[in-house]
Structures are given as C-alpha cells and as structure tokens.
Write a protein that binds this ligand. Structure first.
Ligand code: KG4
Ligand code: ZN
Length: 329
C-alpha cells in the first residue's frame, strides 16, 4: 500500500493506493475559501494551512482505506513544482513517515502526477501517447513513448492556460479561481460575439496566452461590458484558449503518429475543452482519455498512482530529497 501526499499549491491531500494500483482513498482539503478574498493563493498562508491540516488529512486517508501506518509499504510525495513552502510541507511529512516506518520514499513531479490522473480510472491506455497538461501554472505538450518517459514537445512561452482564465476572471470580478466561473458563464454566451486574438508561434507545439489576456483586459477597460453581456465575453475568451489547445494537441498527435491522446491538469475540467477534444478525436479516429473532473484538479490520488508505477520499477528517492519550485520534466 502506498501513502501519497500532495501539498504543492492550495490543496492538502493524502491518498492510499493498493497493491494493484487501485485507489483505496483520496482526501482533499481545499484552501480556496481561505485565498479567494485575496484574489489568488498567498504562499505563506497556504503553507501554514498545510501544516495545520496535513496530519488529520493523512489520518482520514488511512481510515478511509481501512489501514494503519504499519500497513504502508511506500510513501510518495510531490516534491516539485509548486510554491516552495507548500511543497516542503508534504516532502517533510513524507520523508518523516518513510524514515519512521523504514519504507521506500518515492518522489513525483506534480506535472507527471497530473498525467497519471488518467490511470486512476482508465486501465486501457496504451503508449505511445501525446499528452496535454493544462493547469494553473503550466501548459505543456508531451510525447510519452512509454510509462514515465517524457519528451517535452512544447510549452507556453508566457502565461499558462489556467493562469489566463484566472487573470481574466479577476478583471471580470469573478473571484478566485476564475476558470470554473468563466466555464459556467460561457455556457450561456455566444462564443463568436467577440474575436479575441490567437497567438501564432513558429512552433505548432508552443503556446502563448498573455497577448490574449491583455486583449481581454484592454477590451474591458474600454468599456466592453457596456456593449456585451459578460456571458459573451467569457464564451469568446474561452473559445480563443480552447481552440489553440485543440489545434496544437492534434497537430502533435498527427506528427508523432500516435493513436492515444491524454489530457490532464485543472483546465481539463473545462466543459468546452472536454467536448471539443472528444469531438475532434472521434472525427479523426484518435483514442482520447481525460480524468473525471474531481481528478483534474490537484489531489493525492494521482500522486499515488504515479508512485505505484515508480514502485513497480523500484524508482525510489533518498531521504535527503529536496523540494523545488520548478518542474523536472
Ligand atoms: O491543476 P490545478 O488544480 O493546479 C495547478 O497545478 O495549477 O489547476 C488549477 C487551474 C486554475 O487555473 C483553475 O482556474 C483551472 O485549473 N480550472 C479551470 C476549470 N476548473 C479549474 N479552468 C477552466 N475551466 C474550468 N472548468
Ligand atoms: Zn496541479
């Protein structure tokens, strides 16, 4: 049984994974309410909250899996990327538990754990695959030849897709995080009402969302909300983001001649992205997988499932494992 711990941003989470890679429990304590009044995550507040709730969250995960510390055979934790103080909380706890129990420690990159969220529920995924990771801090296109083998094809040059959603949400006074609220409003809007720019980059695998974000902000400062309902602005902005994500992902899948596409990260909770990606995959004959919405945003179940694949290959970390703010992918 693997105990997994995830504290890289504003969710404190612990999960237990069984001997066949099956999920036995997953407890997520979100800090969203704590940070929303500041319009974004306050790192110092996040790490103090992790410290306060981590032990009860771990205990709850063990209880929900009907197991005790003594039953744990390995401890997995996300040691990068994230808010450094926040990541340190989970790494410190995981190292301590592994040392006391005398079991292996497994380090997981938060980005690879997002990919492995797909393996919590889907057992029929075959490599090679092209993977899109779209979260609050990252937008990456990755080629995976096999389990745990990552080749980064391209990433965002500036803002991540989720960051663009959150910043536009902030200017629209929708609170933090903006992504889910924009998604909801966009359902009632006309996505062809306003033509926001889509960045054209030299590489088809790269992304840029800061120009789009600035364009929406300028549009609003010039009184855009007087002439257009907020639903149309949300739908038009969302379309500009989603269309680029769809285009680049399928271009990469075609170029790399893969049949399997995997989507991962918080922005994959977006209903338009899920719908357009599924439709295009069906039209072009690709197999596409994405996690249930509850496993798109941060959780320790994905950390644990990734840890399970590392455990099988005996890829262990040392007890002097450090925390980093950047990804190792
Ligand atoms: O993966 P995640 O939980 O945290 C990071 O690793 O960053 O992703 C959080 C991001 C936020 O930017 C949030 O606004 C976005 O995912 N998000 C969404 C939706 N749900 C969450 N963006 C668009 N539509 C959604 N429904
Ligand atoms: Zn994440």
């Amino acid at each position: 049984m693997i105990l997994a711990i995830e504290t890289s941003c504003d969710e404190t989470s612990a999960a237990v994974i069984g001997g066949k890679g099956e999920l036995l429990s997953n407890i997520v304590s979100s800090q969203i309410d704590l940070h929303s009044k500041y319009g974004g995550v306050v790192p110092e507040v996040a790490c103090r909250k992790h410290l306060e709730v981590l032990n009860p969250v771990i205990q709850e995960a063990l209880d929900a899996a009907s197991c005790a510390y003594e039953d744990i055979t390995a401890v997995a934790c996300a040691n990068r990327p994230g808010l450094i103080g926040a990541v340190l909380m989970g790494v410190g706890a995981a190292k301590t538990i592994a040392a006391v129990l005398g079991v292996p420690l497994i380090s997981v990159d938060h980005l690879e754990s997002h990919i492995y969220a797909n393996f919590i529920e889907h057992k029929d995924i075959k490599f090679p695959a092209v993977v899109l990771i779209v979260s609050g801090g990252h937008t990456h296109l990755i080629y995976m030849k096999d389990h745990l083998k990552y080749e980064v094809l391209g990433k965002t040059r500036d803002d991540a897709a989720g960051e663009a959603f959150d910043k536009v949400g902030k200017v629209l006074d929708l609170g933090y995080p903006g992504g889910p609220k924009i998604d909801k409003l966009a359902k009632e809007g006309n996505d062809a009402a306003i033509r926001f720019p889509k960045a054209k980059l030299a590489s088809p695998y790269e992304f840029s969302f800061s120009g789009l974000k600035t364009s929406v902000v300028n549009f609003l400062h010039k009184g855009g909300l007087k002439d257009h309902p907020i639903e149309d602005i949300c739908a038009s902005f969302q379309r500009a983001v989603v269309d680029v994500l769809v285009e680049n992902t399928f271009k990469a899948a075609e170029d790399k001649k893969v049949k399997q596409i995997l989507l991962s990260g918080g922005v994959v909770a977006n209903s338009s992205l899920r719908e357009k990606m599924s439709k295009r995959a069906e039209e072009l004959g690709f197999k596409i997988n994405f996690p249930s919405i509850k496993y798109c945003t941060d959780n320790a179940a994905m950390t644990g499932v990734c840890g399970y694949y590392k455990y099988k290959k005996k890829i262990f970390a040392k007890l002097d494992l450090d925390a980093y703010s950047t990804t190792g992918l």
